[in-house]
Design a protein. Structure first.
Length: 340
């Protein structure tokens, strides 16, 4: 059933982009005086939105990790459910890792990641033998890539730099999808402020040649406190990102509240998990991040001080969450759904 919903949604989205492209052209003022942005926004299909399957119930989903699946300290902590294809993932860990949530695996045990559960026995749980769950998430990730790749791009945003989006304001009281191809400036060390409505969805495709048929080219890196900062009625989960290889490093400062400041409950706005601490700068990955790893090798750069605010869902064969890498789950807005 899930696949049929995705198929029908992809057709509906493409029809909507074709039918509404001329009628929905409006001028939107950015927060920078004197700057006007011409943009075609496309309304959500009636009663529907973008379907990511069950991915948005998790803060992290790892469907491969066969080369290396390293989740280690030191870290400020991670809150949210995690799913891993333990039948092929080569799990390893070291140091202290504050974690609150449920770890699901299709293997007979959590492997080396059992040490993380043992450290957090009062706030975490491990469930093994979850074959149906993991297979479903593998399909969800593949289907989501297909849906997003097939979406038409918003006019004027066929090939832009990341920092050019700073000051973008799409707040007009209606629910809209904005699809943007980010092809340059993919190393971000500044804060990118974007304003919108609670039901707006930004789909950001980080790909140097804007051609998903050969994989997502280039390395997307956040560092020195850089990242997208939602404004207006937006929250982190109003942003859906697809990318190949990602990287990060530390430094800088956190975005100001109400941006989540640490591994806290209630979408990052509540209490810290046991043993957790607030972030102190880093590279901020805002929203849901769907990644493949490098298009050729399938590997992801080692992540230092990567801060995931929303969720990370990857089919990378090799990843390493090292010093300072942390995450906080943020629930999806109503516009991310698979229909009735």
């Amino acid at each position: 059933m899930k696949k049929y919903l995705l198929s029908s949604l992809s057709v509906s989205l493409l029809m909507t982009f074709t039918a509404c492209k001329k009628d929905n052209s409006i001028n939107l003022s950015s927060s920078k005086p004197g700057r006007t942005i011409g943009i075609n926004k496309v309304s959500l299909p009636p009663g529907g939105g973008i379907c990511l399957g069950d991915l948005t119930n998790y803060v992290m989903v790892f469907t491969n990790g066969s080369g290396d699946a390293n989740w280690q300290g030191a870290t400020k902590g991670l809150i949210g459910d995690v799913a891993v294809n333990g039948l092929i993932a080569n799990e390893r860990t070291s140091g202290g890792v504050p974690y609150a949530g449920t770890l699901y695996t299709n293997a007979a045990s959590a492997g080396a990641w059992q040490n993380i559960l043992n450290q957090n026995s009062t706030q975490s749980l491990g469930l093994s033998g979850e074959t149906v769950r993991i297979n479903g998430l593998i399909d969800d990730l593949d289907n989501s890539f297909g849906t997003i790749n097939n979406m038409g791009v918003t006019a004027g945003y066929e090939a832009v730099s990341a920092t050019s989006l700073n000051g973008l304001n799409t707040q007009n009281g209606t629910a809209d999808i904005i699809v943007i191809n980010i092809t340059s400036g993919m190393q971000v060390s500044s804060k990118i402020y974007i304003t919108g409505d609670a039901d707006d969805l930004y789909v950001l495709r980080w790909d140097a040649d804007a051609d998903p048929s050969n994989g997502y080219q280039g390395i997307t890196k956040f560092q020195s406190g850089g990242g997208i900062v939602p404004q207006g009625d937006l929250k982190a989960s109003n942003f859906i990102n697809v990318a190949g290889d990602i990287s990060s490093s530390g430094g800088g400062s956190n975005p100001a509240t109400p941006y989540p400041q640490g591994p806290r409950d209630s979408d990052g706005l509540g209490n810290l998990i046991n043993g957790g601490a607030d972030f102190k700068g880093g590279g901020f990955f805002t929203g849901y991040w769907l990644t493949t790893g490098d298009p050729i090798t399938g590997q992801t750069h080692s992540l230092s001080n990567a801060i995931f605010v929303g969720g990370w869902f990857t089919k990378s064969v090799k990843f390493s969450m090292t010093s300072g890498t942390s995450a906080v789950y943020v629930s999806p807005p109503p516009a991310i759904n698979c229909g009735p």
